[in-house]
Design a protein around this ligand. Sequence first.
Ligand SMILES: C[S@@+](CC[C@H](N)C(=O)[O-])C[C@H]1O[C@@H](n2cnc3c(N)ncnc32)[C@H](O)[C@@H]1O
Length: 258
Amino acid sequence: MLTVNRIHRGDAIEGLSKLEDESVDLVVTDPPYNIADSNKKTIRNGEVMTTKKAWGSWDSRHPFDHDLLIMKVISECYRVLKPGGALYMFTARQDNGFFVRHALARGFTYRTQLVMIKTPALPSIYKNAWRSAFEVCMFLTKGRLGTFNFLSQQQLVNVFHYTIRHRATSHPTEKPLVFIERLVQVSSNPGDLVLDPFMGSGTTAVACKRFGRRFVGFELNRDYLKMANQRLRQTPDHPESAKEGESEDDGPEGSGST
Ligand SMILES: C[S@@+](CC[C@H](N)C(=O)[O-])C[C@H]1O[C@@H](n2cnc3c(N)ncnc32)[C@H](O)[C@@H]1O
């Protein structure tokens, strides 16, 4: 078993293979969307640039390799989740149906889609497309519905509005912490183990630290891992948090075990 309360540097599939069957209570993850392209342009921080520059080369794979990666991750998440555990996974809109179907074939039970509406909408550079203003996140469970903390009618609407203002890091695809916190609060309990195989700037880990959940996850990029660890150091411990992990900015991939 890997050390918990730690983001391990390395590949998601390799990391997942080190987790035991039915050892995780919840998965919250935002994998690469595979939408970076050196020909297409977008606007980032008010500047026009290629999507490859805006999001980074990690978001550009051969489509076949991308599909295979996400399908393997879904499959591994099913294996490591406890019965009743939830998977929340963001996907690119065009891929969502494909990955939902794969997840159902793997054994997951469909619950709903969550929609995150972002304002302001991205400007349409070429003026030939609808302006992008929402992202989707699938909500599935391993069989029956396990933990589901119904916070309030207002907080449990499956459409989430979010204004892009301040980001905690310079990670190009940092997710809003309040949204990730909501998922963690609803579908896990204090002390539960939450997995994110694609940690990025560590939003899932920060949400877990703030709400007294344990976390484990992976990130390939050393700079993003440093960002995430710095964010984690600045996040106060929840009184119920277990202090098991240590920062692994430059350490060997997946070192340490419990
Ligand atoms: C969409 S971002 C996640 C952003 C994150 N939700 C946040 O709030 O910062 C996906 C992350 O996965 C990482 N990544 C890409 N391929 C990976 C792989 N095979 N294994 C682990 N991490 C990977 C990228 O470096 C990137 O930081």
